[in-house]
Design a protein around this ligand. Sequence first.
Ligand code: SF4
Length: 162
Amino acid sequence: MGWREWALRKSPWVFHLSTGSCNNCDIELIDCLTPRYDIERFGILLVGSIRHADILLVTGSVNRRSAPKIAALHAMAPRPCLVVACGTCACGQHMFKESYHTVEPLDAHVPVSVYIPGCPPKPEALIGGIVQAIGMIGRERADAPPRGPADAPAVPGAAGHG
Ligand code: SF4
């Protein structure tokens, strides 16, 4: 591992993208910023631009509007930029599978490194998933081919609220 990967592990910057979520996953992510969970004390920072991101965290099932934008957004990120699927919708479309407004799942558009199931996942599971992604920095190519949810390691406490 080079010095760059070492430094990235100490302060991963996360860009949040909602591809059509119901907002509950997003609220759980905001919960991670509150004093109770305070992810910033681990050096994890939510950023407003994909150009500053080390991790792309996606919530919601992919719909017709968001689908063309996901790969383009991922391409704009500096490398490595790992993708974390947050919530059952992002992991595998959940109840929206084969709905009129959904298209292919997220991992058909970008290489997903970590899947965090749950509807919505608890903040502890979100933090666990981000920590897993941090552990992959320097070990996994960001342009690796898509993997299925079954290939991903389990995130402790990812049972979620639902
Ligand atoms: S996984 Fe559940 S909470 Fe998250 S966006 Fe889908 S329906 Fe909403």
